[in-house]
Each structure stands twice: as C-alpha cells, then as structure tokens.
Design a protein around this ligand. Structure first.
Ligand code: AVJ
Length: 322
C-alpha cells in the first residue's frame, strides 16, 4: 500500500466566476462545482444518508452487487482513475475486485482536499493497491493520470454518483468527448447516471425535511462571505428546488426574500437583488436508460453493459472507448 497526494494548483478563479455569474443580465448563477468546499463536501456526505435522497445508496448497491462482473468486463491490465472520488466509500467494492485480479494503481481526482484525504484513508487498507490522489479539476487531473500510464496498460475511468447530471445534455456529451480524447481505444469509463423519476420524488430528494440540502445550497453564499469578504445575510435567502420538465432536470436556486444589495469586495462587485429573484446554483439532469447508449456513441464510446437498480431508478453504464 502506498498513499501519496499531488496538491492543488487551483486552475480556477472563484472571484471572477462569482463576479461573472452574479452580474449576468437575466438569470444570476453560481457554478455548482463551488458547492464542494470542505463544509459543502461534508454536507453532501450527510445528504447521501437522507431517506429522501436514494441516489448514492442506489449507486453503492449496484457497485457492490456487480463489482465482480464489472471488473471482468473492463479490458485489462488497468490503472483506475476516479473523477470526484468523494469519500471513496462506494469505490471500495470495485477496487477490491480490481485488486483481486491484479495489483492496481488508483488515482482519485478531487477538488476537495478534505474529501481526498478521507478517500485515501478509507481505501488505503485494500491489499495490492497504490493510491496517488490529485487535487485537481477533472480534466486537468485526468491528463496527468494519463501521463502516468505504463505501456500496454489500459485506463478505467470512474465517473460515479451521476455528477454528469450537473451538465446539461449537450455539455455532458462534450465533457465525455473530452474524456474520450484523453483515452485510447479499449480504455473504459464507468458512468453512473440517475434516471428519470416523478417530480414529487425529485422535489423531496432536493428539498429534504431536515433542511440539509438547504444548508448545502446556502453554504455557497457562506463560502462567498468567507473567501471573498462578502456580506450575504444568509437568512435573507431561501433554498428552493424546481422541476425543469423541458430540460428533464431538477434545479436548486437561492431565492432572495427581499430587495437587497450585497457587496463582494474581493470580486470587486456590488450586486442588487429584487424580491423573489433567484441565484441558480445547480441543475441535476435525469436520464432515460435508452438515451445513454446514444450519449455514449456521440462522445466516441459504446455502452457495453448497463446495470439498473430496482429500488431507485439509477444506472451504472460501462462505456468502452472506440
Ligand atoms: C453529487 C451532483 C450527484 O446532483 O444529486 C445533491 C448533488 N445536489 N443534492 C446531485 C446534490 C443536491 C448531487 N450530485
């Protein structure tokens, strides 16, 4: 066992993204990737245990139940990269199966330092594993991982938890095509996708009774306060979840409860909010099981196998690079 971490080289600029998002003429927005600072990652971890939010448990069930078969279907020998490892808990079943087949290098790519540390700690006891974590954005991290590839070694990329859903459908295809461009034929991508379900089930999942998702969403404003010296009054904003039936997504917004002016010194901007105006912070697109075959093809993969959970509509899709 070896655990090693490559620290951040922050390839993003929080201040300019906040400024750009909050000065848009129509719908104000903040990019959802900023939900995951250390506090936000910890809150998401709690969300994944909520009874209303079945997504993570479905993902885990599928990986646990089918780990052996998934690994048998992945062209080897492989190094395993994971985009957004989170705590690493659900990856255990897969990595144990990989490590039973061969000694395996695992490269988690994760923007949250705390999540990366947790994941390394969680998985370091697996026999025949070596872990090198990259504190990077997905594509930057994957490019570095690909540079570590040994001759004859395939890459298997894990993109679990339906993070793909945060992109709209077209951007999702573009992202997968970018991943594909870093890969070689017969490399693989295990893609987790949340499937379509009823509006009421989605609204409960994204606006839970305890208010954890509300805290997760509001933490984004708290983060702007902490890191950019802003003066958002959190109790003047309210979390809400909305169904977008045209996009087949559920959206999170922060609603301004009154007319207000907020200054964000380190983004060099002052922002005015009307009563009822919202900041759009996340979209979570839901897929039909069929369209994933088409999505894969458009991005230069073929979807070889799909495993679907019976309790909570969710699919694990094994994509092979063509
Ligand atoms: C981690 C992106 C899959 O979209 O369901 C959970 C994040 N947002 N509750 C999702 C989230 C609100 C989650 N993903």
């Amino acid at each position: 066992m070896l655990v090693h971490s490559i620290p951040t080289n922050a390839g993003y600029d929080f201040a300019s993204d906040v400024r750009a998002g909050l000065t848009r003429p129509d719908q104000k927005e903040l990019p959802s990737k900023y939900l995951y600072d250390d506090v936000g990652s910890a809150l998401f971890e709690v969300i994944s245990h909520l009874p209303e939010y079945g997504l993570t448990r479905a993902d885990e069930r599928l990986l646990r139940r089918h780990a052996k078969e998934i690994v048998e279907r992945v062209p080897g020998p492989v190094a395993v990269a994971e985009l957004g490892s989170g705590s690493g808990k659900k990856t255990r079943w897969l990595l144990e199966a990989f490590c039973r087949r061969q000694r395996t290098s695992y490269y988690p790519v994760e923007i949250s330092h705390a999540a990366l540390v947790m994941c390394e700690r969680e998985l370091s006891d697996i026999d025949a594993i070596s872990i090198v974590g990259f504190e990077r954005e997905y594509l930057d991290g994957l490019l570095e991982v690909a540079a570590y590839r040994k001759p004859g070694q395939h890459l298997c990329v894990l993109f679990l938890g339906s993070t793909i859903g945060n992109f709209d459908r077209a951007a999702g295809v573009d992202f997968l095509a970018e991943v594909r461009s870093i890969l070689q034929p017969d490399d693989s991508l295990l893609l987790g996708t949340d499937l379509e379900k009823s509006g009421s089930q989605l609204l409960q999942a994204y606006d839970d009774e305890l208010g954890v998702t509300a805290a997760f969403n509001l933490n984004l404003l708290a983060r702007v306060n902490r890191e950019l010296a802003a003066d958002f009054a959190l109790d003047h904003f309210e979390h809400t979840a909305r169904i977008n039936s045209e996009a087949r997504s559920v959206e999170m917004h922060l609603v301004s409860k009154r007319h207000q002016v907020v200054s964000i010194p380190m983004a060099e901007v002052v922002v005015e909010f009307q009563e009822g105006e919202t900041i759009w912070t996340e979209s979570s697109h839901k897929y039909s099981s069929d369209e994933i075959f088409d999505t894969a093809r458009k991005a230069g993969f073929r979807c070889e196998v799909q495993w679907i959970d019976e309790q909570w509509p969710f699919a694990e899709n094994l994509l092979i690079a063509e």
